[in-house]
Design a binder for this molecule. Sequence first.
Ligand SMILES: Nc1ncnc2c1ncn2[C@@H]1O[C@H](COP(=O)(O)OP(=O)(O)OP(=O)(O)O)[C@@H](O)[C@H]1O
Ligand SMILES: [Mg+2]
Length: 299
Amino acid sequence: MSDPAYPHLHPVMRPWADATAQVRIRNIRTDRWLGYARAEAALAAMDDLLTFPKRTRMPNLLLVGASNNGKTMIVEKFRRAHVSGGETDPRGGAIAVPVLKVQMPPAPSERRFFSAVLEALGAPDRSNEQLAAKQDMAMRMLRATDVRMLVIDEVHNILSGSRDQQRRFLNLLRWLGNELQIPLVAVGTSEALRAIQSDDQLANRFTPFSLPPWRMDQEYQRLLNTLEAMLPLREPSNLSDPPFAQKLLSAADGILGEVVSLVTAAATAAIEAGEERIRMEKLDDIGFMPPQERRRVAG
Ligand SMILES: Nc1ncnc2c1ncn2[C@@H]1O[C@H](COP(=O)(O)OP(=O)(O)OP(=O)(O)O)[C@@H](O)[C@H]1O
Ligand SMILES: [Mg+2]
């Protein structure tokens, strides 16, 4: 067999390399999943929880990491991998939802939390209802749809409430786990960790799983290779070459989302300029502002 065209690309991307500039730019701008060891480990830990037998004290997970570092992508991937095939629950006739993901409302209001649960289940939510009625309805729906894992994203929002609200909400989390006997996966920044750890009983039920900032190492270089192989440029850019990788890492402040947006912006700019690879010198030209600087400007 002869060498394939575009050996630097992942086999599924090779046919894309011959597409027009416009088509390729669209492709580059589409979100794609990049596997990396820490994410695979997080997915495996969640799988482990999902198969855990029901018992009074269910183990929980707290996925912690800086903003924009891939937390939501992981739980979203997990949720999608566990969408039911549409089989209905024998008890309620509702479609089973094995993994339910909700967002913690901007303030820790129990009513708004249960509204979020009902909304995520596609259930009618009468917004003016009292907490008790809403909670009742949400709990019934959670059981009827056979939810086996509850993922709560943006859990650090708990901290935006008063001390009293925070305490009530943490109690609610503990109660939910006991009542449903399903594992909870909380997702948030290190502030979330602080919120959970402020409650002794919750602290020892939630195992923290961190997504640390990226460092210059093999895993990071592997990520760059994976990313490069997914971008339909006709020539290799060699992003994982140490000087190039280091430059990207500093510009991105070690944050995955920043690495991805920087590289995809550079890939788009390259195609627009009629070039077929990303050149390190070009990184400075694309108007990318490193996160620290952006914060400074915004602050
Ligand atoms: N596994 C991945 N594959 C490809 N791109 C990813 C991956 N993880 C993260 N990204 C990129 O990083 C961006 C941010 O990821 P994500 O939304 O998961 O961050 P987050 O940790 O949930 O941030 P926040 O705390 O602000 O909600 C994504 O929009 C995507 O572009
Ligand atoms: Mg997120």
